[in-house]
Design a protein around this ligand. Sequence first.
Ligand code: ZN
Length: 274
Amino acid sequence: MILDYSQYNKYYGEDGIVNFEYVNNTLDKLKEIKGICPFCKEKIENSIYYKQNNKITWCSAVEYETVVQCTRCGWWEHSYTFSSDDIDEGLRATSTELTQAILRSYDIASKNVPIEVLNRYIAQNPEKIYGINDKKMEELVASVFKDFMDCEIKLVGKSHDGGKDLILLNGENQTFVQVKRRTQANKVEGVSCIRDLIGASIIGDAKACVFVTTANHFSKPAQDAAKKVVEKNILDSFELIDYQRFVDMLNLQRESYPKEWEGLLRIKDNENII
Ligand SMILES: [Zn+2]
């Protein structure tokens, strides 16, 4: 099961006097849901982010924002509160905007997992790669390559597979990529699949190829075959990427995963902030 919290809902509540009149109190309703992980049903006490600004010059006011995150499942919430006490101007009110992540869950083998969700999940739980859908494995490889290589990537349909799953296009140059999602960690990738890819590359006029597998490693004959075609100038390059190398590539990507709540922060850094 993959849990994804990249999307969110917004709620707004206020209470007090605005323009010399009492507003309908909608703040109490927010307090009932604030800070409680809807998945684990637990109140989260510690915030992972807090900032307060009580030197707002145009009126007597304080603003603060908080982010909490459930340590058990990763659910998060951002809240921004603005309190103003300026009764001469008819204002004594508090308002809060609450942004809560929406929980979406996917089966690991599902074809419907968004690729960015799968990507992040596998980077954090690489051993789960053996259980993902074959087609999704191809998309996962494509998304990683997109980050590492400056080229256009074409996913080739299974029906006209011909020994390749992806084509990397760099101008006129094509690189054929074969992706094998083995279901067992101790699998060794043998020479026959390597030969198939070499054959497909020669027939399809590709000068380079990459073989990506979730197998633990490539057999010696497989490694020799990949080396030989380059030594004999049949191909310009032949890269072999096994489980560990692919996981390393995913981890290099991992640094760039967004924290969705960072884009919601409002109180900017300046000298007035305490
Ligand atoms: Zn939780």
